[in-house]
Design a protein around this ligand. Sequence first.
Ligand SMILES: *Cc1c(COP(=O)(O)O)cnc(C)c1O
Length: 390
Amino acid sequence: MANKLHINTSLIHSDYSAPEDFGALQTGVHHASTVTFHNVAAMRSRSWQDKSAYTYGLHGTPTSFTLEARLAEIEQGKYCLLAPSGLAAIAMVNLALLQSGDDVLLPDNVYNPNRELGDWLSKSFGVSARYYDPLIGAGIAGLIQDNTRLIWTEAPGSVTMEVPDIPAICAVAKAKGILVALDNTWAAGIAFSAFEHGVDIVMQALTKYQSGGSDVLMGAVITRDQALNSRLQDAHMRLGMGVGMDDVYLVLRSLSSLKLRFDAHDQSARKIAAWLQTRPEISKVLHPALAGSPGHELWQRDFSGAAGLFSVLFDPRYTEAQTDRFVDTLKLFKIGFSWGGAHSLCVPYRIKHMRKNWPHEGILVRFNIGLEDADDLIADIARAFAAMAG
Ligand SMILES: *Cc1c(COP(=O)(O)O)cnc(C)c1O
């Protein structure tokens, strides 16, 4: 066919078709905006919603369908939608499920941009967003109004690390017909079985452990209920939440080692957190697997592992200038947001500006423990403690 056409046409209409019996272990990277149909009847009969066929790049290619299916499986859910970032996934949930006049409850320790979004919905879109003590448990019943439609949870809060009582919150919500969404990023879908504990909607920032490379932004929303997935799909389509297939491929490529990496981060983080507990510079280590950390008993009851992300509170005798010097002195820990990659990271937070009720004194510093040797990381921290005091 190609040689009867002009070059500018034949360059576009080559005889290429995708290999049919090519047993590579990794999914191909299928890029598309346009997806063609054999005829008009085929075009008209295809539905973008049920994902039994391809319709347009925004609704997915074989590459993104594969990632969605794998994420749903990891999370023990049924449906999955990808979003261009974790935050976009959060926004999709809110915009799908809330309308003017509705009320949403968020934990006071929620991922801060989710709080920004809640405040924006309150100010400009006629939704009321209210904040609750993350350790409230069944007490959430006292906050529920007739117009409450959605309760966000995060387990644990990714800066102050309180573990909430998810089953208790879900039981209250279920009795009142309210949906519960969980930001399950910390557990990466492998250390906490969200649906088994009563959650309706799971959100993941794939940017973290699923990617593991500190180089991709992506999010996912996973559900078990078809009607609920449909509502989310409508928002996904209306907001045009497309993802790049090269990025999808990077996440797929990293998934095989997710559990091994997660366990390695966990092991190092617990070793370092336990060592920090013995240090006079630190007044409290906020790590769900350590006794005394808020919600530790709930973590023990409900979780099967811990991420490499935790925080410490410095003894109040240290000024912010000193703890800044501590962070600046660290060599193996880089200063940067996000987490879940091979590199260890460290960020000081001005927590009193972020929380309504924060009872603690002392500067909070968050560590992301990467895949370096834990003893090298401990030596780095010890050296920075010395520089801070001197
Ligand atoms: C990083 C993160 C998000 C947002 O993910 P992005 O891809 O960076 O937008 C949401 N929730 C938690 C707990 C996170 O750590």
